[in-house]
Ligand binder design. Structure first.
Ligand code: AMP
Length: 213
């Protein structure tokens, strides 16, 4: 099964991708996480990506397409995968088509901009392993400490209020047109993002079950 999550930053793509990955035993691939890992390791790619990410802009298509091509060629992708945060432009979606990859389902998680701005203010990230949390919706057992690796929680540089606004503009301009792109292919499912993570998960699982038929 090849699934994709679309949605604004903070809509819950990564959170739902993680749950779905565990439930269906298929790996989730997040280009944002791969880019943050490259930045943390100080690689050439990471250094190139940093200014775009910190400013709330998209990393150029050729760079991200290169990353995804390499990741999708790995052996663990053979039984299917979940894409989280890729594609983000029509050019990236066309690149997936050119790679001969046909998605079984594309799930768009819909959340209003006002709610996104509120949510992202409470988002936290493990500085060590990259796991994602939220102070209200997905708190850690011990405040400020990652449940998975005991790493320290940090606020993402691109979750600052002024950067969040740019990211939303980019989402509406460049990524939202992908809903039409995949609706025309007949694979788009819409899930209305709920206040509670488990409520969004229930709707997401229902959408996936309808895709599996
Ligand atoms: P995310 O973790 O998905 O919110 O991604 C964080 C940041 O990484 C985005 O705001 C972009 O700057 C960059 N990024 C992630 N995925 C892509 C992509 N598919 N195309 C371009 N930039 C991306």
């Amino acid at each position: 099964m090849k699934l994709m999550f679309l949605g604004a930053p903070g809509a819950g793509k990564g959170t739902q991708a993680e749950v779905v990955s565990e439930r269906y035993h298929i790996p989730a691939v997040s280009t944002g996480a791969l880019l943050r890992e490259a930045m943390a390791n100080g690689t050439e790619l990471g250094m190139k990506a940093k200014s775009y990410i910190d400013g709330g802009a998209l990393v150029p298509d050729d760079v991200v397409i290169g990353i995804i091509k390499e990741r999708l060629a790995a052996d663990d992708m053979e039984g299917g995968f979940i894409l989280d945060g890729f594609p983000r432009t029509v050019a990236q979606a066309k690149a997936l088509d050119d790679m001969g990859i046909k998605m079984d389902g594309v799930i768009s998680i819909e959340v209003e901009d006002d709610a996104i701005i509120r949510r992202l203010g409470g988002r936290r990230l493990c500085g060590k392993c990259g796991a994602s949390y939220h102070i209200d919706y997905k708190p850690t057992a011990k405040e400020g400490v990652c449940d998975k690796c005991d790493g320290e929680l940090v606020i993402r540089a691109d979750d600052k209020p002024e950067v969040i606004k740019s990211r939303l503009v980019v989402y509406h301009d460049q990524t939202e047109p992908l809903k039409d792109f995949y609706a025309e292919k007949g694979v788009l499912k819409t899930v209305v993002g709920q206040e509670k993570i488990e409520d969004t998960t229930a709707l997401t699982i229902a959408a996936i079950e309808s895709i599996r038929g």
